[in-house]
Ligand binder design. Structure first.
Ligand SMILES: *[C@@H]1O[C@H](CO)[C@@H](O)[C@H](O)[C@H]1NC(C)=O
Ligand SMILES: *[C@@H]1O[C@H](CO)[C@@H](O)[C@H](O)[C@H]1NC(C)=O
Ligand SMILES: *[C@@H]1O[C@H](CO)[C@@H](O)[C@H](O)[C@H]1NC(C)=O
Ligand SMILES: *[C@@H]1O[C@H](CO)[C@@H](O)[C@H](O)[C@H]1NC(C)=O
Ligand SMILES: *[C@@H]1O[C@H](CO)[C@@H](O)[C@H](O)[C@H]1NC(C)=O
Length: 489
């Protein structure tokens, strides 16, 4: 998980907790003690016995003993994530009969001792140092378990058996770095969960054979897919995906942090197109190489919504029209492509079923789809863009263009006019020597991008109060990361 992801995740948990607390506060039964990020090396001794929620996350706590929490007989929620605990004896909770939410994620746990704990609904042991899956026989009695977070560096079919009869809503499985040396592709088959999220080792080439097509799963999320060295075009991952066809219940698939080649990326889309998946979401993508793939088979899809967000790519080194062609002819209702450097999109070649298009935060302008009569059912087209980002893009573009020797760009390409009531960017001059035969694809693409940007009129609001002017400049500078005044001189 990336830092952003984990902080979003943390935020979500805290938000959920606050929500829970607020609900509970109304019946005045909750007592929340927050000692997170307090530099603690031990569980604090001065916690009121009335405490029902204790947050001691992000400290330096290295052990948890019965005496630490003995007096907290009303404790319902214990958050002790991001600490340094290496060993846990689950019997330490024997005097906390109300405990139902236990977050021990992001510690250094390598071993746990088992003890019956039947009331837990949420147990998070993810992002720890376990070799084998930390599943005790006693977990089989946790019939109320809704969330189970696990981590391991090796998987064995037998480790899953104690919980095979439970119906867990969500299982998070984090595979630690050495994972993959010896794999049993069948090891997760007995897992009984509606949502499964598997986090593969970061930075490791995807050479895994793990079968993730759990028959009970409706939602599947896979994080950290890197296949850049695979000469067979991401073959291991495509093989893992192809097994998803076995599970007709699967309706949503999310891929996070994926690094691959353009061709493999389109092949992933093509594979998913012929599964039972209805909602497909891809976040944080890094793409390289050229696109050779041409004939996308749109037939027989269950897909309703595809979302592709945050793409970094060397897109300007080859003609992008083939990508736009594949995208624009997708036979789905909802399509999101956001946070990419996409400069254009084609009009579909036949009447399109698109209802909702979210193309926000790209380099598109509102002239998109002008005179395109094929989008007869379209209800929403979102082209919104963060203004500062837009400016940053313009400035970035200028630099990029300047580095292309083939182009002759006037020094005053971008002019800033402070006398306006706003910050107005105007093109002063662009002279491109179109007659030269050095207009490579890459130059052409940049030129097109630039032309698109020229059509934009980007304004930043100039604060009326003089006291805010400094802040305005600081923000602007930070956003575009260059000294504007120098640029315009
Ligand atoms: C746990 O489950 C087993 C088998 O279902 C049962 O025999 C045992 O009594 C249970 N233990 C507790 C503490 O509920
Ligand atoms: C699409 O589905 C139909 C009917 O279910 C089937 O006859 C046809 O072979 C399928 N085509 C493809 C390309 O899977
Ligand atoms: C499509 O997006 C709209 C707007 O976010 C949403 O209301 C609708 O439920 C989505 N439809 C599908 C099939 O995802
Ligand atoms: C900003 O400046 C432009 C260019 O002079 C002008 O057309 C526009 O009306 C101004 N916008 C505002 C909100 O003042
Ligand atoms: C444009 O390119 C042609 C051919 O390369 C060259 O002869 C001409 O001088 C160029 N014009 C300008 C203004 O750079």
């Amino acid at each position: 998980m990336t830092k952003t992801n984990s902080s979003i995740f943390r935020f979500a948990i805290i938000f959920m907790l606050i929500l829970q607390i607020r609900i509970q506060l109304s019946d005045e039964s909750e007592f929340f003690v927050d000692r997170s990020k307090a530099g603690l090396t031990h569980v604090p001794k001065d916690v009121s016995p009335k405490t029902t929620i204790l947050d001691i996350s992000q400290n330096y706590i290295s052990e948890l003993r019965t005496s630490d929490i003995l007096s907290l007989s009303k404790l319902r929620i214990l958050i002790i994530s991001h600490n340094r605990i290496q060993y846990l004896d689950i019997s330490v909770f024997k005097f906390n009969p109300e405990l139902e939410y236990l977050d021990l994620s992001h510690n250094k746990l390598g071993k746990i001792s088992c003890h019956p704990t039947v009331n837990l609904k949420h147990l998070d042991l993810s992002f720890n140092a376990f070799d084998a899956l930390p599943i005790c026989e006693e977990f089989g009695n946790m019939s109320q378990l809704e969330f189970l977070g696990l981590s391991a560096t090796q998987l064995q079919k037998s480790s899953v058996l104690p919980i095979a009869h439970l119906h867990i809503s969500k299982v998070l499985l984090v595979l630690g770095d050495p994972y993959g040396e010896k794999e049993d592709s069948e090891s997760l088959q007995d897992l009984n969960t509606e949502s499964l999220h598997i986090v593969f080792p970061t930075g490791k080439e995807f050479h895994f054979i793990l079968d993730v097509s759990i028959s009970t799963a409706v939602n599947l999320e896979l994080s950290n897919i890197k296949c850049v060295l695979d000469d067979n075009g991401c073959s291991y991952f495509l093989n893992v995906l192809s097994k998803l066809q076995k599970n007709p219940r699967l309706s949503s698939l999310t891929l996070n942090n994926i690094e691959t080649a353009w061709d493999s990326f389109i092949m992933i889309l093509q594979l998913v197109w012929h599964t039972s998946i209805e909602y497909f979401s891809i976040k944080n993508v890094k793409l390289q190489g050229y696109l050779g793939f041409r004939d996308f088979d749109y037939s027989n899809t269950s897909l309703k919504a595809l979302s592709i967000q945050q793409v970094v790519s060397d897109v300007f080194s080859f003609p992008q029209s083939s990508i736009y062609k594949i995208f624009s002819n997708m036979n789905i209702q909802n399509f999101t492509v956001s946070g990419t450097h996409m400069v254009h999109m084609l009009c579909p070649s036949q009447t399109s079923p698109f209802l909702y298009l979210d193309f926000s935060n790209n380099l598109l302008t509102d002239t998109l789809f002008r005179d395109c009569g094929k989008l007869t059912q379209l209800e929403t087209l979102n082209l919104k863009m963060n203004q500062l980002k837009e400016l940053a893009n313009i400035v970035h573009m200028t630099k990029e263009m300047k580095s292309l020797q083939q182009l002759d760009i006037s020094q005053n390409f971008l002019r800033y006019d402070e006398n306006e009531g706003n910050c107005s960017w105007t093109r002063s001059l662009l002279s491109l020597n179109m007659s030269s035969n050095i207009l490579t694809d890459s130059v052409f693409s940049s030129y097109h991008k630039l032309k698109t940007l020229m059509a934009l009129r980007t304004y930043l609001e100039w604060p009326k109060e003089k006291s805010k002017h400094g802040l305005f400049w600081a923000n602007l500078r930070a956003a575009i990361n260059i000294k504007l005044m120098e640029q315009s001189k």
